[in-house]
Design a binder for this molecule. Sequence first.
Ligand SMILES: CCCCCCCCCCC/C=C/C(=O)SCCNC(=O)CCNC(=O)[C@H](O)C(C)(C)COP(=O)(O)OP(=O)(O)OC[C@H]1O[C@@H](n2cnc3c(N)ncnc32)[C@H](O)[C@@H]1OP(=O)(O)O
Length: 386
Amino acid sequence: MAFVTGRLGRPLRSSLLQVVQLHLSRTMGASQEDFENAMNQVKLLKKDPGNEVKLKLYALYKQATEGPCSIPKPGVFDFVNKAKWDAWNALGSLPKETARQNYVDLVSSLSSPSESSSHVEPGTDQKTPGSEDVVVTSEDGITKIMFNRPAQKNAITTQMYREIILALEAASKDNSTITVITGNGDYYSSGNDLTNFTKIPPGGIEEVAKSGAVLLREFVDCFIDFPKPLIAVVNGPAVGIPVTLLGLFDAVYASDRATFHTPFSHLGQTAEGCSSYTFPKIMGPAKATEMLIFGKKLTAREACAQGLVTEVFPESTFQKEVWARLKAYAKLPPNAMKISKELIRSNEKEKLHAINAEECTILQGRWLSDECMNAIVNFLSRKAKL
Ligand SMILES: CCCCCCCCCCC/C=C/C(=O)SCCNC(=O)CCNC(=O)[C@H](O)C(C)(C)COP(=O)(O)OP(=O)(O)OC[C@H]1O[C@@H](n2cnc3c(N)ncnc32)[C@H](O)[C@@H]1OP(=O)(O)O
């Protein structure tokens, strides 16, 4: 079973694609022939060239047709237009002719011969056939839910949150005995996809924050209520929400390559996933403070020493050893395991739901803060990484 979801930054990409294409269609009568051909070729590209390239195309197009950027800088909340403005403005006083030539060169570097035969509808969301951002499989009594955006370090899009909710709901009722969450590629997950904040609906940023809080609460509630043993197979570094959620798992197995990082203060944000309660309980308030407030990154061995991780395995044997163990656990009587989990969890459930609700309300406010907005803008404009 597999769930196929959206690609990274589709809203931003779509908007940018639309903008580029709108400009292309407006200038079909431009005088420079190569430039016109290049503009046509952009419309025929089979593969989404990515945000960075689309921004370059946009900027070169504007420079070639209008000259240096002289429009006012968009506001800090206007992510898409600000990114475009930055790209155009960065071209400084590049002559129109050079910009035109650079545009032609860039398009020619993107096109393969086969790309002139098919047409991409302007503004359509382009899904790579067979792409799957969350992959769900079931085998040997184990349902495996895998983050599958390795090129984006398994950053979690809003669509992926929804797909994981559905996958957990399905796993709670299927024939499997245990459920595993893991990541494909070198990362377990880099956390919330920061481009989730860039699709601003008519209700404005407040609406984004409100619906984000509703989604987050529902997402975390699924982990609180999940009835079967839930295991994290942490194959690599984890940042943000995939780390905080670990406090709600029943076991956490980590590669010695994994790291655990919750840089919420750096991001102008606060703890979620019930970690404001589970982390102090698991590791004591002092160690929880270092992680949740000061953003200290733990190695797998440190996280194990703090009780967040059950066991650490050498990367070279990680997959083999962990899956062999999980297959053995999956053969244990399922009802006994469920009842034991219920015993362990039941006393805490009400408390955890209340904590989750509180954390989401606080985060909703944080997402509207300058501290948070600046951190996101800095990441999106590639000024800051963790
Ligand atoms: C209100 C909004 C609605 C939201 C809906 C629900 C909200 C629930 C939210 C719950 C709260 C969650 C909080 C968190 O999870 S906080 C943690 C957020 N994560 C980060 O801040 C990590 C940011 N990423 C990085 O710092 C680096 O990418 C990283 C250190 C992880 C890796 O660095 P490295 O140099 O090795 O690799 P790259 O940076 O080149 O990354 C490769 C590509 O992947 C993209 N990427 C990686 N992480 C993210 C991310 N979190 N969001 C978006 N994109 C990400 C990166 O941009 C690169 O893409 P390009 O190749 O296109 O440049």
